[in-house]
Design a protein around this ligand. Sequence first.
Ligand code: IVH
Length: 697
Amino acid sequence: MTTTDAAAIAADFAQLDSLAEEEAYLALADRLRAAARAYYDGTEQLMTDAEYDAGIAAIEARVAFSPTEIDNYEDLLSKVAAGQSKGGDVAHPSRMGSLEKADGRDGLTAFVGSVTGPVAIEPKLDGLAIRAQYDAEGRLVLVATRGTGTHGEDITRSGLNLRIQGLPRRIDPTYGVREVRGEVYCSDADFLRAQTVRASLGGAPFVNSRNAAAGMLRKGDKAYAGILSFAAYGAGLTRPPASGLYTDAMRVAADAGLGTAASLLDFLHPVPSGADHLDDVLAQVDALEDQRATIGFPIDGIVIKANAAADRKRLGEGDRAPKWALAYKYAAETGITKVVAVRTTIGRTGRMGIQIEVEPVFVGGTTITFASGHNPTWMAERDVRIGDTVVLARANDVIPYVESVVLDARPADSAPWTPPETDPAGEPWDKSTLLWRSVSPEFSVLGTVVYATRSEMFDVEGIGIEIATALVDGGHVNDVADLFTLDAATLTTLQMGEGRTLGAKNAAKIVAELDRAKGAPWNRVITALGIRMTGRTAGRRLAAAFPTMDALRAATAADIAALDGFGEVKARTIREGLDSLVERGVLDRLAAAGVNMGAERAQDAAAPLAGMTLVVSGSVPGYSRTSIAEAIEAAGGKASSSVSASTSMLVSPESSTGKYVKAQSLGVRIADPATFAEALGAGVATQEQFLAILDRA
Ligand code: IVH
C-alpha cells in the first residue's frame, strides 16, 4: 500500500454526498470481502495486493473520521481477511493466525529491538496455509486448510493422494512430530510444469502459483501429483527441545523428513540477539529481496521471529496475529502499463500463441514488453483490449502476465479483441483444446505431421494430436519422411501430458499402421507431402499427369500450369514446395523408407470409364469424397466437380440441387449413387458392361 493510493481513494469518496458516500464505502467493503475470500480460498485473484491494501486503508480512514461506523467494517479491520474464508468442518486446536506486517524499515527495526533474545529469519512463502496431523505411529492422518483460522477444510484426501514434497505420508514416529503448520506452495519449475499439464488437459492456465497450489490441493487431482511442496513454520512435538528455540523445534521436524521454511535458504540464518545484530537482520532482508527472482519458489516477503520460548511468551499473542513474529513484505512485482497490440503467432507445434505487446515497463528487475495472452478463452474472460491500461505481474518471476485490467482507464472507443477465425492459410483452427492449433502443414512441423496422417492422406490410425505433439517436441519427427523411421522402441519413450507414455501394444499398432501407409495410393502420397495448394483434388490431378515421383520431380512450373485447374501462381507455388522437399531430402527419404512413389500406367483405352468425365454430388455408399474420385480415375474416368456440356455423367440422388437441375437440362446422364457404387464394385472390364449395370437398375 502507498499512502497516496489510500488518500486518492478517500479523496474520491469525499466528493460524494453522505448517503452515496456511505453506499460507496459499503460497496467497497463488499468488494474487499470478496477479494479476501477468494485470496484465502485460493480460488482466484480479484484484486492486487496493492489494491486490497489501499482499499483497507480507505476504510480505516473512513472509520477514523466517523468512528460510529466501525460496526460496518469491523470484520475487515480486526479479523483481517483470514476471517473471510468459507472455513470448513475441521476445528483447529488453536487458532491459525496471521502475521503482523511491518510498517516499512522502521517497523522492522522496532520489532527487532523489542526482541531481547535470538531472532529466526525465514522466507514468507506465497502458498496456502495448512495444518497436518500425524498419529503416534507417524502416519499422516489429517490435512486441513487454514480456513477461517478456527475452522478449515478437510483436504486429507489431497494430502495423501498428491505426494506433496516435504509432507511425507509417513514419518519416523520417534521424533515425536504430531502436528505441523506451514505452507503448501508450488515451486517455479513445478508451476510451469503444472501450467503445461493443465493446458494439455484442456484447462485454463492458473492465474499464479498461489492459485495453482490452491487449485491442486482442492481438487486432489492425481494429474498434478508430485508438483507441490510443503514447508513448515510451526511444529507440535511430544518432546519440545530443551533449548526452547523455535529453530531447534524446526530442526526436529526437518530431521523427521518434513520440509521447513527455516531450512529452505542457506543464506538466511538465525542471529544470536536481535538488537545487537540489527545490521545482520537487515542485510538478510535485502539479500532475500535481491535473490527473490532466482530462489526458485514464490515468496512475498520475509518473516522475522523471536527464536526463544521466553521471548515468545513475553511478547505474547495479539488478537489476530502473534506479537513474536513480523512479516516484512517486499514490493509487489507488478507494474502498470498500456496494451499496444495483440498478436497471434504459430509455434513449431502449430499452437496459436497470443502475445500482448505493452509499452515497456520495469517489473521485478526486468523490462517487460510482452505478456502472454494464454489462449482465446482466457483473453475473452479477461477482456484485455488494445489501448487498455493493465497491471502486469511476473508469475514466479518468470512469465509476465496481465494481473488485471484497469477498467476506469479504458478508452471509450475500445473493442474486445477477437482471435482470427482461421489460421493464415484460411484453415479453421483445431479447437479441441483451449490452446488452438493450426494444422495447416505449411505453418508448423506438427501441422505437417497431423496433416500427413489424416484418413485422406496416409491414413495412420493411432497418431492423434497428442502423440504428434510429443513426436515433434521430442525431436523425433521434423518432417513427413521421419514418420516412416519410427520404431516401437522410440514410440514407447514418448513423454505425453501427465507423464503418460505409450504402451508397447499401441506402439506396435502404430508401427504396423505406418507400414501399411507406405502403400498409400500415389495421389494421396502427393497430397500428404503438405505442399501449399495441393489438396486432394490437386493431388489426384498431379498423380494422373505425373504417374511417378521421378516424373513429378522433373515437372516444370510450366508443365504443372498446363494442367486442368492449375494456374501459373499455383503451379509456381507447387514447384517451390517440391524444390524445398527435394532440398531437405524429404522425397529421397520417403523413397528410401519404401513409401509408394507411383508407377508408370499404361493408358487403358478399354477401361470402363475411359474418356468419360464424371461429377459426383452427394455421397456414394462405401466411398469418401476422395476415394470415389480415386475409384473413378482408377476406372479410367476423370472426376470433375462442376456439371457442363462436356460432363458424361452425374452421380447423384434425385434432388433439386443446381447440379442435378443443370444435368437434366443439358441431357447429361444421371446415375443413382448406390447403383453406381454397385457398378464400380462389379469390377467389369468394359464400358458396355458398366453401363449395362446402371441400365439394369
Ligand atoms: S508464521 C500464527 N512463517 O503468511 C501464524 N507464516 O500472511 C504464524 N507464511 O498465515 C505464521 N511463510 O500462512 C509464518 N515462514 C513463515 C511463513 C508464514 C508464509 C504465511 C502463513 C501466514 C501468512 C500471513
